[in-house]
Design a protein around this ligand. Structure first.
Ligand SMILES: Cc1cc2nc3c(=O)[nH]c(=O)nc-3n(C[C@H](O)[C@H](O)[C@H](O)COP(=O)(O)OP(=O)(O)OC[C@H]3O[C@@H](n4cnc5c(N)ncnc54)[C@H](O)[C@@H]3O)c2cc1C
Length: 455
């Protein structure tokens, strides 16, 4: 019997309606199972009492080693373009590929879109402008900003030459809206754990979720995990770098600081900067330079940063005038800046920024954090692995010099590389070629049609 599911079966199996993004819920109707004396409307029922896994498929211990037996995986879904990671790069990549005509599936390990932008509470959009204030991040990233312009309380500082700040919930809402409108298939709570590779060519991805281990087959994969999880699993060459790992927080009641009393003592440090929510600031935290892929380190960072932030806000509350300031929240997602960086056919180099190099395969123009630099072009080769085929990098893990990492990883620059990867992946599928062989003029034409700025 085939394990293959068609799209409708798979959406049904997930309890999702026919809505392409799978975001409209149509749960099975359980029988009432309300206990005597309960007054609430809770309901529960047995779905399958006999569903057991064959014990022979479980991992076992052989000669003191833990061994996972070979097994066939159910194919959950098939798609033209599979985007793994629903952060700023991945969401833009998925929308771009779908608008370019491919069938697209977007998979995200958490329950929302935006990655560090929203889950990490990094709400300040740096890097969309260059010297002179010209805005170089256009296309789908700018479309998100324009949609937020129309929402109440969603974005502030939307003036030419200024870095805007968004509300994370507004950003999540806009991304859902655009993903739904585009008709992208979505699986949330789904963690990409392995690449499916035959002869150096990626054919799909293995995922782990509460539904078990399943496969999605794809003609082209965009790695938008930020950490290059998929190109690494596929055997592509990369550098493993350390960087500062921080944790963002939001503090409230800054509009209730008693200005007269506040003159009595030095202003508390780390008060952050304004967000669209009145009296609420977002507070960045640089953190130590560590390995953002190391489990023990990530655990320690989460614990230490939360303790530090709580105590820091308590200190601020003891400052005259700041008694009402409080900690609204620490970000659910730890702030990992850079980990794996692809070794691509080309790379984004500091020397090219300084020389304002123009690339024949330009697929985007990067901006700066404080408008001190001119335009710098992003060559398509920075998204393409040297040896492995059918996977493209996007976002903060594309091929780049150490000296360019702190520009490449800025949110608008991740929008730009996500946009490029999505369009290139769709063109590779349409023209039945490897991503390294795409007609770059065609990719550039579609990017311009989608209002991207290529210089
Ligand atoms: C503390 C901090 C402060 C920053 N400050 C600024 C700033 O002020 N302005 C600015 O512009 N930028 C800033 N940045 C940088 C910016 O936030 C990030 O570089 C950018 O958001 C990265 O986008 P991305 O899509 O490449 O990756 P991410 O945002 O990391 O998105 C990756 C997505 O993939 C998902 N994912 C990961 N692995 C898997 C997997 N195996 N399977 C399925 N899904 C997976 C993640 O859950 C996530 O949603 C800051 C970063 C940090 C950490």
């Amino acid at each position: 019997m085939s394990n293959r599911m068609n799209r409708r079966d798979c959406l049904r199996a997930l309890g999702l309606s026919g809505l392409t993004a799978g975001l409209g819920l149509a749960a099975t109707q359980p029988a009432r199972a309300q206990g005597v004396g309960e007054s609430s409307g809770f309901q529960s029922s047995v779905i399958d009492a006999r569903k057991i896994q064959d014990a022979r498929l479980a991992a076992t211990i052989v000669d003191g080693k833990v061994i996972q037996p070979q097994r066939e995986l159910p194919i959950l879904h098939q798609t033209d373009v599979l985007v793994v990671g629903g952060g700023s790069a991945g969401v833009v990549a998925a929308i771009a590929a779908k608008r370019a005509g491919a069938s697209v599936t977007l998979v995200e390990r958490y329950g929302h879109f935006g990655g560090l932008w929203t889950g990490g509470l990094v709400v300040l959009i740096l890097g969309h402008i260059v010297k002179g204030g010209k805005q170089v991040c256009q296309g789908i990233g700018e479309e998100m900003m324009r949609r937020m312009d129309k929402l109440d309380g969603a974005i502030i500082n939307r003036r030419p030459g200024v870095n805007p700040t968004v509300d994370a919930e507004a950003a999540k809402y806009v991304m859902v809206e655009m993903i739904e409108e585009a008709g992208v298939d979505v699986f949330l709570h789904c963690w990409g754990v392995d690449a499916i590779v035959t002869q150096n060519t990626v054919r799909g991805v293995v995922f782990e979720s509460k539904s078990g281990r399943q496969a999605i087959l794809a003609k082209t994969v965009v790695d938008a995990t930020g950490d290059g999880d998929l190109f690494a699993a596929a055997g592509a060459e990369f550098e493993h770098r350390s960087h500062n790992v921080g944790l963002v927080s939001r503090i409230g009641n800054l509009d209730q600081v008693d200005a007269e009393k506040a003159k009595e003592a030095p202003k508390p440090r780390r008060l952050g900067s304004a967000t669209p929510a009145p009296g609420v600031n977002w507070v960045n935290l640089t953190g130590p330079e560590v390995d953002g892929l190391d489990l023990a380190t990530l655990t320690r960072m989460e614990i230490n940063h939360r303790k530090f932030i709580w105590k820091d806000v308590q200190r601020a509350r003891q400052t005259p005038g700041y008694e009402k300031v409080y900690l609204v929240e620490t970000a659910p997602q730890i702030g990992v800046r850079i980990t794996r960086v692809l070794n691509g056919l080309n790379r984004v180099r500091l020397s090219d920024l300084k020389a304002a190099t123009k690339f024949p395969d330009v697929v985007g123009v990067g901006g700066a954090s404080n408008a001190t630099h001119g335009e710098w072009q992003i060559p398509y080769g920075a998204l393409v692995p040297t040896t492995v085929d059918n996977v493209l990098a996007s976002g903060r893990c594309i091929s780049m010099d150490m000296g360019m990492a702190d520009l490449v990883r800025l949110i608008p620059n991740c929008f730009v590389t996500g946009h490029a990867a999505g369009v290139a992946a769709a063109v590779a599928v349409q023209d039945n070629c490897r991503p390294r062989d795409v007609d770059i003029a065609k990719v550039q034409k579609i990017l311009r049609q989608q209002e991207a700025y290529l210089g």
